[in-house]
Structure formats: C-alpha cells, structure tokens
Design a binder for this molecule. Structure first.
Ligand SMILES: Nc1ncnc2c1ncn2[C@@H]1O[C@H](COP(=O)(O)OP(=O)(O)OP(=O)(O)O)[C@@H](O)[C@H]1O
Ligand SMILES: [Mg+2]
Length: 315
C-alpha cells in the first residue's frame, strides 16, 4: 500500500463559519494503480489532494500514511523533501505554478537542481527527455509559458510534476478546458506513468473520463467519500444513489440511454444537512437518512456510505 488516508478532516474557517470541506474520508491507494476521484464542483476533491502534500489552508486532522509515514506529523522541512520528490502534483490552474517570466526549460531545471545534486547541464538533458516523454519537442525548453497552447502547458505541468520521479502523481483536473483529442493524449501520458509502476490520482468532475481510464473510482459528495470500488463494478452497478445519479446524468457514447440530469445542488458545507448529506437529493431517502449519518459499509473491495447498504449487510 502506498497511500493510506484515515478519517481525514479538513475544515476551513470563513466569515460564514467552518467549511467542512473534507469530513471523515478514508481511502487506500496501491502502487501502480490509477484512482479517479470524482464528484461535483465544491465536494472537496482539490482540498483532499492539497492536504496530501500539506498545501491546504485549513485545519487538518486524521492520518495520511505515505509509504508508512504519517505526513501530517512531519516537520515542514521533511515535508518539503517529499513534495515533488516523492509526490508530484499537477495543479488545477497551470498558470499558478508556472513563472510567466522564465523559460520552461529553466523552470524544470530549477526544480531538479533544488532537490538533487546534479549540475545544470545534466539537469537540462533530463528536461529534454522529460519533454519528449510528455510529447513536446525538446526545443520547447526555450519557450515561455505564454507561447504554449493550453494542452502544451498542461504537458509542461506534467513534466514538472514527474521531473523528480515521484512514486505518486496527483493530477487535479489535468484535462479540463482541453479538447477531446488533447484530453486523450494527456490521459495517455498519465497511463504511461502508471505503467512504470507509479500511482496516479486523477481528480476530475468527468465521470466518463475516469471510468475510461482509472482502475478504481472514489466518488465524493459534500466532503464525504460515498462510494469507492473497481471501475468496472462501479460502472456496471453503482451502489450509492449519488453515484447512480452521476451515471444517469452523463450520455453514453452512442446516445442510446436517456440522460437524466440530477435534480438539486450540493449543500453549503458550512451547514451541511443533518443525517446523510445527500438525503435532500436522494430519491430513496427515508427517516433514518434524514436523522442519522450513515456508516461506511465495507463490501469486499467496495465501500459505500449509505443506510440502504448498512441495513442490507446487517440482515
Ligand atoms: N481556502 C479556502 N477557504 C475557505 N473555503 C474553501 C477554501 N478552499 C476551498 N474552500 C471550500 O471548500 C469546499 C471544497 O472545495 P474544493 O476546492 O476542495 O472542491 P473541488 O471538489 O475541488 O471543486 P472543483 O470541482 O470546483 O474544483 C468548497 O465549498 C469551497 O468553497
Ligand atoms: Mg478542485
């Protein structure tokens, strides 16, 4: 097991009150697998990702075991060594992590020489290899970020994130705003990284994309992990009513099935609904769902947080 998150809670303080952005999430990620984290906007996907590399502004509780070490207990100095070197991150907005005034080659060289004892020439040779690996011509080392297209910039972001050969790559919406062809190429690159034995966390609101490419899928709703399992099983037979709602709201490739948009909106996380956070939108909610928080039920290699399954597994 490479990553084990146990009962993670991330709360932000805001003027409106405490935002319970991630509230009791547990999940495990193996070596060499790609896991998709999906859910509607604002459900806590980025917060979960940033808390793993400890770049989150909120208050964080729980355990994040990476290679057996609890990252939440490390000194900031030790954490800095893990960031980039052990865990690479592709941020949701590429322009926040690229310096507009510096050539991209130099930016990646800096990342390498900051962490490793290599001279600039060696580092630059590695940068050229990295660019080829992400499908960019090596002379792009001379480009400034604004001279690249969105898709090219995203490739640079991935090159930057894997420059130090991390064991885990977290990619936060790496293909949003790109056309379908470029999206597929970016996903090919991530799959190539996975095939080298690395673990990849793909964060996306696009369930269709995740179900095409990920080995397992974790579904988040309003700061909770509501379902997680093998992609094939989740797609064939979603257990949580929210997962089912998400599945029904996306068209299939042949437009054969009827697309049913999910009614309602996710709740305000400063004041989430009592009981199950999904109950106001759930077609199957009953009294217990409105009253009490559902437990997370383990069903073999599947987990689901829903009263229906809690009651079914008891009886
Ligand atoms: N720094 C912050 N301070 C206060 N609240 C925050 C902060 N960052 C995020 N939030 C809130 O936390 C919740 C989760 O946000 P997060 O960015 O993790 O969601 P997300 O699932 O990544 O959404 P998206 O799909 O839009 O990227 C939201 O309600 C958001 O408004
Ligand atoms: Mg996000």
């Amino acid at each position: 097991m490479l990553l084990e998150i146990e009962d993670l809670k991330v709360y932000y303080r805001s003027k409106k009150g405490t935002v319970k952005a991630v509230d009791g999430v547990s999940l495990r990620i193996d070596r060499g697998e790609m896991v998709g984290i999906v859910g509607e906007s604002g459900c806590g996907k980025s917060t979960l990702a940033y808390s793993i590399i400890r770049l989150v502004q909120g208050e964080v509780r729980g355990k994040i075991l990476f290679d057996g070490v609890n990252l939440l207990e490390l000194s900031e100095e030790k954490m800095r060594r893990i960031r980039g070197k052990e865990i690479g991150m592709v941020f949701q907005d590429p322009m926040t992590s690229l310096d507009p005034l510096e050539k991209i080659g130099d930016q990646i060289v800096e990342t390498i020489t900051e962490h490793e004892n290599v001279d600039e020439e060696t580092a630059m040779r590695r940068v050229r290899e990295l660019l080829l690996k992400v499908g960019l011509p090596e002379d792009r080392v001379e480009s400034y970020p604004h001279q690249l297209s969105g898709g090219q910039r995203q490739r640079v972001m991935i090159a930057l994130a894997i420059a130090l050969n991390p064991k885990l790559l977290i990619a936060d919406e790496p293909t949003t705003a790109l056309d379908v062809i470029v999206q597929e190429r970016i996903m090919d690159i991530l799959e190539g990284i996975k095939r080298e034995g690395k673990s990849v966390i793909l964060i996306t609101h696009d369930l269709a994309l995740a179900s095409e490419r990920c080995d397992r899928i974790a579904v988040m709703y309003a700061g909770w992990l509501v379902e997680m399992g093998k992609t094939s099983e989740i797609v064939k037979d979603p257990l949580h009513p929210y997962t089912k709602g998400l599945m029904d709201s996306i068209p299939d490739l042949w437009m054969k099935k009827e697309v049913k948009p999910m009614p309602g909106n996710p709740p305000d996380l400063t004041d989430p609904p009592k009981g199950c956070r999904f109950h106001p939108r759930c077609p199957l909610a009953d009294d217990v769902c409105r009253r009490e928080e559902p437990p997370t039920v383990n069903l073999g290699d599947r987990i689901v947080r829903c009263w229906r399954w809690a009651n079914a597994s008891e009886g």
